[in-house]
Ligand binder design. Structure first.
Ligand code: X8Z
Ligand code: ZN
Length: 596
């Protein structure tokens, strides 16, 4: 028998189904998302770990499948979270709902076919990069992997050999272009479904401020540090011109990209021996010391861990030592780009790195451990907040610690007998500037390129042209030979095929100088800030730990304030750190062209 509901009751039922959702509904969604994503992230983390450590068809497929389950769930939560846009919620719950809408890097469209294709492409691109090799003359017995290329770029001073290695490594990328183009298309579709104009707009929304304001903030920070970069660039160009000749390096134009000691010209510290200021050499070379002492990869990591424990952090768990990858395996392909992992979102911490006994890798180990100690510090937060204040913070912590690898610290380790006197500061500062200041424009430009790729302002027909225009604009470098659209040079940099947003590293290169200054003050250091090490300072360690423990529970401005007392990122801390060097560079560059 058919019953007719009274009109009033019908209206009430309808309101229950489609009416304004409540705070209790929001809480239920968050509870469900936190519980499910905990399991899904663990499963995807394990699959991804195996895929990166054993690159095969099968591990790639399994990892893509696990990522698909995790991403699909995250997209569902993001869409459900949007229902609460106009609902008044308590602050903590409101933040969790907001994070549900924003936290994706690769948003999948709701069509299951698209989502599956997206995660397949993402896994394939990362594997393609991991397998990348250059085999000179096509001879399979002579293949060079990224470690070999890195060594050549760092140590060779033969322009022909450098050009060959540079061009050779860039051949790994063109086969990736088709998949990359398609991946951009699919994720943009997903981003639109979530209410963003494109994937880049989603990325820019992850910084506790309106996305346009964030883009302007980057311009502001870059303008603060650019004068220092320009001086460093002019000095390096002049010295490289002396070394390689007038035909190889222009007087006032861009520097050829293959002469800067690094395959991507992103850090120039390997040029230090060519650029060292006369009479101000610190007199030691950390790479040589590590090699002379026959330091092995595990010992390198132990030094890093010991720094953190000296600040009061608990040692890494036993499983870290059992499960990490420290050395490139001889018999298989792995993704060797260094990374830090928190596989179970509790304490299954690991690093994956093909360690070479160099100062660069010594620094990178501290960088990676910074991620691991952060991950463990925020593991008491609820799942939604188990992340860094913003992604720049995650990248800045280990680097902050590595700024404390000063001569005085090396004396404590017994690596050198005596710290060089202040007359050698210019050498110390130059070496560091070639690493940190040279990096700044590179850190910025990758996403300037990607944001325009996602927005459609740069089309696939202009990928390479636009890439080199940005390299010129920001870094003042040029390719060593014509690079038409048959190349896909952005794809030769890990983070492009691996889809890791890159602005985080630019932010980190600003933030770490703010953190270092404040922590050094807490540690009671009265020396010039570049000579301060926070090693063994419980005060600095405690404050740092307090910030790390906050995870993502508060806007990043609150976290920054916790350590530095300010709520603004500030490039002037970089300028202040390098002030004696900048003055000296200006002096050296007098009468010489600056800029390009
Ligand atoms: O990718 C990294 C880390 C892992 S998050 C090794 N870095 C950037 C790069 O290598 O391009 C650290 C500095 C910049
Ligand atoms: Zn990192």
């Amino acid at each position: 028998m058919k019953r007719i509901l009274p009109l009033l009751l019908l209206a009430a039922l309808t309101a229950c189904r489609t009416g304004t959702p409540t705070a209790a509904d929001a809480q239920a969604l968050v509870d469900k998302a936190e519980a499910e994503s905990f399991d899904l992230a663990h499963e995807a983390g394990q699959a991804s770990w195996v895929a990166a450590n054993f690159i095969t068809q099968d591990t790639e497929a399994l990892s893509a499948k696990a990522a698909e389950r995790s991403v699909n769930a995250a997209v569902r939560y993001a869409k459900e979270a949007a229902r609460f846009d106009n609902v008044q919620l308590p602050p903590e719950l409101a933040r969790k709902i907001k994070l549900l809408k924003l936290s994706l890097t690769l948003p999948a469209p709701s069509d299951p076919k698209d989502a599956a294709e997206m995660t397949r492409l993402a896994a394939a691109l990362e594997a393609a990069y991991g397998k990348g090799k250059y085999c000179p003359g096509g001879d399979p017995s002579k293949c060079l992997n990224i470690d070999d290329i890195t060594k050549i770029m760092a140590s060779s001073r033969d322009p022909k050999q450098l050009l060959d290695a540079w061009s050779g490594w860039h051949t790994v990328a063109p086969p990736m272009k088709k998949d990359f183009v398609r991946l951009v298309e699919i994720t943009n579709k997903g981003a639109k479904e979530l209410g963003f104009s494109d994937t880049g707009a989603l990325w820019r929304s992850q910084y506790d401020m309106p996305p346009d304001e964030f883009a302007k903030e980057l311009d502001r920070l870059w303008a603060q540090v650019k004068p220092l970069y320009d001086q460093l660039h002019a000095y390096a160009r002049w010295k490289l011109r002396e070394k390689y000749g007038k035909d190889a390096v222009p007087e006032n134009g861009p520097i050829p990209a293959h002469l800067l000691g690094n395959i991507w010209a992103q850090q120039w510290d390997n040029l230090y021996p060519i650029l060292a200021p006369a009479g101000a050499d610190p007199g030691y070379d950390l790479s040589s010391i590590l090699k002379q002492r026959k330091t092995d990869p595990i010992q390198m990591v132990k030094y890093g861990e010991a720094f953190f424990t000296s600040l009061g952090f608990a040692p890494l768990p036993q499983t870290f030592w059992e499960r990490s990858l420290f050395v490139r395996p001889r018999d298989r392909d792995v993704v060797c780009h260094a990374s830090a992992w928190d596989v179970d979102n509790i304490d299954d911490l690991r690093i994956k790195m093909c360690i070479d006994i160099t100062a660069d890798d010594f620094n990178t180990i501290h960088h990676e451990l910074g991620h691991n100690f952060y991950q463990r510090a925020y593991n008491k937060q609820s799942m939604s907040f188990r992340n860094s204040a913003n992604d720049g913070f995650h990248e800045a912590i280990g680097d902050t610690i590595a700024l404390s690898i000063t001569p005085e610290y090396l004396v404590k380790l017994g690596f050198i007998q005596k710290a060089p006197d202040p007359s050698k500061d210019l050498g110390l500062l130059l070496r560091r500037a070639l690493d940190k200041v040279a990096f700044l424009p590179f850190g910025l430009l990758i996403d300037q390129w990607r944001w325009k790729v996602y927005s459609g302002q740069i089309t696939p027909e202009q990928y390479n042209k636009a890439w080199w225009e940005l390299r010129l604009k920001y870094q003042g470098i040029a390719p060593p030979s014509a690079r038409g659209e048959e190349f896909f040079d952005p794809g030769a940099k890990y983070h492009v095929p691996a889809n890791v947003p890159y602005t985080r590293y630019f932010l980190a290169h600003i933030l770490q100088f703010q953190f270092h200054k404040s922590l050094s003050e807490l540690a009671g250091c009265k020396d010039p800030v570049h000579r301060c090490s926070i090693y063994q300072s419980q005060e600095a360690g405690k404050r740092l730990d307090e910030m790390l423990q906050m995870g993502q529970s508060k806007p990043w401005q609150d976290a920054l304030e916790k350590v530095t007392g300010t709520r603004q990122m500030d490039g002037n801390s970089v300028r202040a750190y390098f002030k004696p060097l900048e003055d000296w560079l200006i002096e050296q560059n007098k009468g010489k062209p600056v800029g390009w």
